[in-house]
Design a protein around this ligand. Structure first.
Ligand SMILES: C[S@@+](CC[C@H](N)C(=O)[O-])C[C@H]1O[C@@H](n2cnc3c(N)ncnc32)[C@H](O)[C@@H]1O
Length: 274
């Protein structure tokens, strides 16, 4: 990881760009619900939207599809390259998209330049996350909106137990999970502190999961998430997890799942804050 990226985020997404959409794409109903949020906001014509940490464009593409102009900022070039590749087959959308490799804490953008700013699943990746939020409030005009899109998930007991065992196995060979800071509640409180008023809505809910047999078929699938572990340590972590599984046998058809609520928390940018 280069020093520049290391400073902007302790977890680089460079190695994840090729698998992000496979693993994290939103279900069709959630995409449709979010598209309608953006389409409703377009009643007065196309808006200027900025999304720091836009990644492969999972959210930004829906705003583009609703007719808006989107500036997508991300510290990871491979993530934005994947976004760019998606836009190749969507020339109408591409003409309204600007993609910039930059850090969310130092946006290369003028004050009051956007109608809406969005942060989706990114604040906890940024050590100076409060500054990233301040930057977004700086570039969105007074009366405009800053939105937090939060995926709030709940795991079934079987998945929670397995997840804890896996985390312990990778941590036993030196992997350090990032603290979830800010957590969802802290991020909402920080938005409220900076906003004139706020509103919260559940945009979509869905279930996820797989059988234990399917999950067992592919720990290798998770390998790109642990690029800081060398192959030897990875092998030991997988073996230790295997030992835990043998000590806690479950039926191959056991469902490892949970549910997700996609929340949109919106804050209005106050007048005269500078
Ligand atoms: C979990 S992904 C979410 C992507 C997108 N917002 C979405 O919901 O699909 C987080 C993204 O934030 C980016 N990121 C992390 N730290 C950043 C920073 N300091 N400045 C800009 N982008 C950052 C990562 O490179 C990654 O693409």
């Amino acid at each position: 990881m280069s020093d520049r990226i290391q400073k902007a985020t302790p977890l680089s997404f460079d190695a994840l760009a090729s698998i992000f959409d496979d693993q994290r794409s939103l279900p069709t109903e959630a995409q449709s619900a979010l598209y309608h949020v953006f389409a409703d906001a377009a009643s007065d014509g196309p808006l200027r939207i900025v999304e720091p940490g836009a990644g492969t464009g999972r959210i930004a593409i829906l705003a583009l599809a609703a007719g808006h102009h989107v500036s997508a900022i991300d510290v990871s070039r491979p993530m934005l390259d994947a976004f760019s590749a998606r836009l190749e087959s969507l020339p109408n959308l591409a003409s309204r998209a600007t993609l910039l490799v930059r850090d969310a804490t130092a946006l290369p953008l003028d004050d009051d330049n956007f109608d809406i700013g969005i942060l989706a699943q990114v604040l906890y990746l940024i050590p100076d996350w409060a500054r990233a939020l301040d930057e977004l409030f700086r570039v969105v005009r007074p009366g405009g909106e800053v939105m937090l899109a939060q995926e709030r998930s709940t795991m079934s007991p079987a998945l929670r137990e397995r997840d804890a065992a896996w985390r312990m196995a990778v941590e036993s060979v030196g992997y350090r999970h990032m603290p979830q800071q800010p957590d969802d509640a802290e991020a909402v409180a920080a938005l409220e502190q900076r906003s004139k008023r706020t509103a919260e809505q559940v945009v979509a809910t869905w279930s996820f999961g797989q059988t234990c047999a399917d999950a067992d078929a592919g720990p290798q699938r998770l390998r790109p998430l642990y690029e800081t572990l060398d192959d030897e340590k990875w092998k030991v972590a997988v073996e230790r997890f295997g030992q835990w599984q043998r000590a806690h046998p479950v039926d191959a058809e056991t469902w490892l799942g949970g549910s997700v609520e996609l929340m949109l928390v919106r804050g209005t940018v106050p007048e005269g804050q500078r």
